[in-house]
Design a protein around this ligand. Sequence first.
Ligand code: UFG
Length: 329
Amino acid sequence: MKILVTGGAGYVGSHCVRGLCDADHEVVVYDDLRAGHREAVDKRATLVEAGLADLPVLEKTVKGAGFEAVMHFAASLDVGESVKHPLDYYENNMVNTVRLLRVMEQHQITKFVFSSTCAIYGIPESVPITEVMSQSPINPYGHTKLAMEWAMRDSAVGWGLGCCALRYFNAAGAASDGTLGEDHDPELHLIPIVLQVALGQREKVRIYGVDYPTHDGTCVRDYTHVEDLASAHLLAIESQQTGCFRCFNVGTGVGSTVKDILEAAREVTGHPIPAKPAPRRPGDPPELYADPTEIMSKLGWKPKYTDIRQTVRTAWQWHQAHPHGFQSE
Ligand code: UFG
């Protein structure tokens, strides 16, 4: 299948591009490299260096090219920043996605896989989270992602789009061969921050909140290996029919607290990784983990990484070999 992958130079996108190339799909990556990395783009894929706001380039890329499907990773993803600068999020995550969908409609590309998020559930009424639970995001990031799920549902009815929203939980880890990994600037995610302490790049980890109603007082998340996310995308695109909307939680079903992550990282790195309690981070739900029954039964997805130490180990391998991210090369 010929597939256009927006944001294919980013963390999750680059792992998915590799998975698509391994499965012999023809991939064109569309990425402005503001957050992505040229070095992360699989050599078998073609890179178009442009943003979705650049409509003439998008049109030129798609026109007559014979794409059958689009995977859409390009988005802004920092919850805290979305609260401070909501319109940037509405612009990048909504306006640009609508632009992309419109180009797809014009060129009759009817298969779409969308990076959605567990942030659409807001503070869930219970855990584990199923797809039918109420969707009430508590920040602009979640609002923009949910709104795009609505645009997809409506497009399925209106013009026959076949679409799958994959609701990620916390993407984590790195490619098992150590060549691709997480490189954000600034880095805000827990596992890379913890490993930067182990590398001596930071002094200590700040634990945002130790008084949550969880077993050790710290937040619970479902850390899902990025290669398992990639396999979910492959299964989704290869089974996608036109004229329908599907959505799946993509998580392991196992929750880990911030303290669990610290313990796992201490074990993997052999470093004491000092940590100190800090105030809660605004907008953090106490406990998020997936019920992955739907994706397992409907797509046959099964995560390879179910022990958080294995996931942290792959991330550690990456961070040790690339202490300054892709720039280390
Ligand atoms: N945390 C710390 N210290 C840090 C960094 C994070 O204690 O220095 C905690 C956070 O408070 C949270 C957990 O570690 O409890 C995980 O935080 P991350 O920033 O790694 O990830 P989030 O859970 O905040 O974010 C993820 C996705 C978002 C998604 C969000 C939904 O990255 O895209 O879940 O809540 F929107």
